[in-house]
Design a protein around this ligand. Structure first.
Ligand code: AVJ
Length: 321
């Protein structure tokens, strides 16, 4: 193994890019796709006909609005905390129901991006003026920690969009354990998990002919060029998607079309690519009931119920401590 030089980085982005592109095989972390441009590309992905996840989950929330909301079982009043709220399109279905029924609750969207929260609050003020919104800018766990003291009200935590799918199982368990830590015995966790299905349908969702998913992945290179003064030529890489039906893992790569060298001035790093060498950029894990139950067991959580669409495309689970 090569010795890692004892370097000091002034940002996690720099350190992670350095590590990922010095490693073998090379990788970059998918969380860095989401700068302003990456957020826009993901919005476009959610509009694509091939990206079934959004509509499946929307359908589940529409079909089971009452059953889901009533299962929150919160006559006494509660805090609805959403991790990674985005534009709130899906959550608004639940918010409307709770608001129409005059449930006593606060909606606390948590996001790292202040501008996302400002927009969400403004749109809620217009569309659902009765809903009490308390935006929480920050990371998920810092915020959950802050909200986990015992004298607060019951918490219902939402984590939609199968966002957990970006984590390897081990990391997903850590994530669930952290949420569990923040939960009191009466609290609930409501989460979306994309399900195993026909491999072609999964591949198509991550391999659109218009090239939006390609641009989304290549945004990593564009961002490194801009923020770290590098000279990646995104056209010299192709986007490649795989799906392993055994593990349920969809995996994205950028593959170098030729031997090439890239210089990242901000890291003083020269990166060499052989022809057809890969950079792994993202995983999007697919699940079934037994895997979800195993993850929950490992994290000390219990599956209470689940809600699905007719085609078993996608499922939302309620967990308790
Ligand atoms: C936002 C992580 C749920 O993995 O399905 C969409 C991101 N990547 N198309 C996913 C994504 C490529 C998405 N998540």
């Amino acid at each position: 193994m090569k010795k890692t030089p004892n370097l000091h980085f002034d940002s996690p982005f720099k350190e992670d890019v350095y590590k990922g592109l010095s490693a073998f095989p090379k990788y970059l972390l998918s969380k860095y796709i989401y700068d302003e441009k990456g957020d826009k590309l993901f919005q476009q992905i959610m509009e694509m006909p091939e990206y079934y996840l959004t509509n499946c989950e929307l359908g589940i929330l529409q079909t089971h609005t009452a059953a889901i909301s009533d299962s929150f079982n919160a006559e006494a009043g509660f805090d609805l905390i959403e991790l990674g709220a985005g534009d709130g399109k899906k959550t608004k279905i639940i918010l409307k129901y709770l608001s129409d029924k005059n449930y006593d609750f606060n909606y606390l969207p948590v996001d790292i991006s202040q501008s996302v929260l400002v927009e969400l609050e403004a749109s809620l003020k217009k569309e659902l003026p009765k809903v009490k919104v308390q935006p929480q800018q920050g990371t998920y766990f810092k915020t959950l920690e802050k909200l986990s003291d015992y004298n607060r009200r019951k918490k219902v935590i939402l984590f939609l969009g199968s966002n957990i799918g970006n984590l390897l199982h081990e990391k997903a368990i850590d994530f669930l354990r952290n949420i569990r830590e923040a939960m009191n015995p009466e609290d609930m966790l409501f989460m979306g998990f994309d399900q195993k299905k026909h491999p072609q349908k999964i591949l198509d969702a991550y391999n659109d002919p218009a090239g939006i998913t390609e641009a989304f992945n290549k945004n990593l290179l564009v961002r490194i060029n801009r923020e770290l003064d590098a000279d990646f030529d995104p056209d010299q890489f192709l986007h490649w998607e795989t799906y392993d039906p055994e593990s349920g893992t969809a995996k994205s790569f950028l593959v170098s079309k030729k031997p090439q060298k890239v210089f990242i001035k901000g890291l003083d790093l020269k990166v060499s690519f052989k022809a057809w060498e890969s950079i792994h950029t993202e995983i999007s894990q697919k699940y079934d009931d037994s895997v979800v139950k195993w993850l929950a067991d490992e994290a000390g959580l219990e599956v209470e119920t689940s809600f699905k669409d007719n085609e078993n495309c996608y499922k939302n689970y309620i967990f308790r401590k």
